[in-house]
Ligand binder design. Structure first.
Ligand SMILES: Cc1cc2nc3c(=O)[nH]c(=O)nc-3n(C[C@H](O)[C@H](O)[C@H](O)COP(=O)(O)OP(=O)(O)OC[C@H]3O[C@@H](n4cnc5c(N)ncnc54)[C@H](O)[C@@H]3O)c2cc1C
Length: 270
């Protein structure tokens, strides 16, 4: 449980962080809340030679409205997002889901940016940002680029982020007054979801039903065609590829997806 030796660097600005990442390339890793990276390092499943600590970058810790978008700094912690008034009004699904991640300690340290870049198929906020039609803004040596959430999750723990790029903000369309629902089935209160569902309006995303968060497209299509909530929810597992695990067979996961989608849609419909 002791990490391999590494060099610790502390970035004072986004540009400096990008320069440090560029200098060390694949050898370097960004350190945000450390709640995914440090456990992997302690288990020696990750052994970066250099850690670039971005926690001093307070400018990446804000939520603001900009035109029709809500902009969330990548360093915003789950606890802060859960209590943020702008998010609560304009992206209430995200504010709620941030309060469902792990336990108090995790929520006070973990960041939305770290969660999205880690790209765990079991992550709550990845599915929620996907349901919100969000986009991820990345800074690198070539400047900024925006990646739609639908193109960000390439596979388990895999994203299109280059080693010298930093996720700086997440943008979601402001949707005040839109109905939302979130359901997460887990064995213990602090556990990751065995299966989860995030709904905003008629957008539906699934947690842990594939190697990435996925939209429940058959359900969304049925809703657009006027199907009842129950009939649409019955299609939630179509096109998914859940993994088989000792505590959750693929068929059990499909069953959960249908049941949880029905509950989340009912909650969203108010
Ligand atoms: C006990 C426990 C329970 C948990 N339960 C849940 C749960 O129920 N649901 C859930 O979704 N998650 C859960 N998690 C996972 C965890 O909350 C997040 O994955 C974690 O907080 C990631 O954010 P971080 O800021 O800690 O990232 P870090 O651990 O610092 O970094 C994670 C990865 O992202 C990279 N990175 C971080 N920030 C950036 C950035 N801005 N730009 C580029 N790369 C970056 C790092 O280099 C690293 O590869 C749990 C974790 C623990 C320890």
């Amino acid at each position: 449980m002791i990490p391999a030796r590494f060099t610790y660097l502390r970035a004072a600005s986004v540009d400096e962080a990008v320069a440090m990442l560029g200098q060390y390339g694949d050898e370097a890793k960004v350190l945000a809340g450390g709640h995914s990276l440090l456990p992997l390092m302690k288990l020696r499943l990750a052994a970066p030679g250099v850690l670039v600590d971005i926690t001093p970058l307070d400018g990446l810790r804000q939520v603001r409205q900009e035109g029709g978008d809500i902009v969330i700094g990548a360093l915003s912690r789950f606890h802060d997002l859960h209590g943020d008034p702008v998010l609560a009004e304009h992206a209430p699904l995200l504010a709620h889901v941030a309060g469902e991640v792990g336990d108090q300690q995790v929520r006070h340290r973990g960041t939305i940016g770290g969660s999205l870049v880690h790209a765990d198929p079991a992550a709550d906020l990845s599915a929620a940002v996907l349901a919100c039609d969000g986009a991820l803004v990345v800074s690198g040596p070539q400047g900024r680029r925006e990646i739609p959430a639908a193109e960000f999750f390439l596979g388990p723990f895999t994203t299109p982020l280059e080693p010298d790029e930093l996720l700086t903000e997440i943008r979601v369309p402001a949707r005040a007054g839109t109905g939302w629902g979130f359901e997460k089935f887990r064995r213990r209160a602090i556990d990751w979801a065995i299966v989860g569902v995030a709904v905003t309006g008629t957008s539906v995303s699934l947690i842990n039903m594939a190697g990435t968060p996925v939209r429940a497209t058959a359900t969304e299509r049925a809703l657009a065609e006027g199907a009842s909530l129950a009939d649409a929810a019955a299609l939630a597992a179509e096109g998914t590829s859940p993994v088989e695990e000792p505590h959750a067979s693929t068929e059990y996961r499909r069953h959960l997806a249908r049941v949880l989608t029905a509950r989340a849609l009912e909650r969203a419909a108010g």
